[in-house]
Design a protein around this ligand. Structure first.
Ligand code: GTP
Ligand code: MG
Length: 238
């Protein structure tokens, strides 16, 4: 395996994304820098996403698959994926949903911002960012969630729950990934919180978020509750 500069790895967590996976991989390749690698982290999806991922990996050598035996939530899937990418020599990691809620065409702009930041957050809640398809209820839950976490944690970040990020290797090495307990959106908050506490430079770049293209949402009341109760706990633990 040869890694071109700057050693970018795209980590794509999947659970039942069989309809989105191949299109998102093709779209991502169009926008990733030369030499970038793609790591799919699949939690034994019942719909066969993992088998499709294996086929894609066989067809091209820029892509590999990390199979996990069961669904444990986004957090543990990302921790496992980040570790694999770090072992593989990643210098800059990109995390993105595999359902087209995040636009792969934004990758170069986010990566460019990492020239002078350690963590770049694709942000719905800064000037120029937004959410295209959500109704008023989901919008206010998301906005309220970010505002709540921002206040409780005292962080100057507008979009704390978003999952489209560019993260420099040094950040992940510094924040003790394995002690992160959060599984859902709280995971996104916790990574950013720890990066901020460790003194890393954080920037938000505007993105337009849209509803998933195909398949079903995995958001549950439990994930929301974990974020609501988990955020004050993060602060107490520090
Ligand atoms: N490996 C793995 N991936 C997951 C898990 N939960 C969600 N994902 C993936 O993480 C990304 C974001 O999750 P989504 O299901 O889109 O969750 P969401 O964005 O909260 O909900 P919707 O966009 O409304 O569907 C997608 O690529 C999912 O397939 C999980 O437990 N394990
Ligand atoms: Mg989604």
């Amino acid at each position: 395996m040869t890694l071109d500069e700057p050693g970018s790895w795209l980590v794509l967590p999947t659970y039942d994304e069989v309809l989105n996976l191949e299109p998102i991989v093709l779209a991502a390749r169009e926008h990733l820098p030369a030499g970038a690698r793609i790591l799919i982290v699949d939690d034994n999806s019942p719909d066969g996403t993992g088998r499709l991922a294996d086929r894609l990996a066989k067809e091209s050598d820029d892509l590999e698959v990390l199979h996990r035996s069961r669904k444990e939530g986004l957090g543990p899937a990302y921790v496992a994926g980040f570790e694999r990418a770090l072992e593989g020599g990643a210098r800059v990691l990109i995390q993105m949903d595999a359902d087209f809620s995040h636009d792969p065409a934004d990758i170069p702009r986010l990566l460019a911002r990492a020239d002078d930041a350690d963590l770049v957050i694709g942000s719905r809640y800064v000037e120029g960012g937004g959410v295209l398809d959500w109704g008023p209820l989901r919008r206010s839950i998301s906005r309220g969630g970010s505002a709540y976490a921002r206040t409780v944690l005292g962080l100057p970040v507008r979009d704390l729950t978003g999952g489209f990020k560019v993260i420099r290797r040094e950040v992940l090495e510094a924040i003790d990934l394995n002690s992160i307990a959060s599984a859902g959106y709280a995971f996104q908050v916790e990574v950013t919180y720890r990066a901020a506490r460790a003194g890393f430079r954080i920037e938000e770049a505007p993105i337009q978020f849209r509803d998933r293209r195909a398949g079903n949402s995995k958001m549950t009341a439990r994930i929301v509750a974990e974020a609501a109760f988990g955020v004050p706990r993060m602060r107490m633990r520090r």
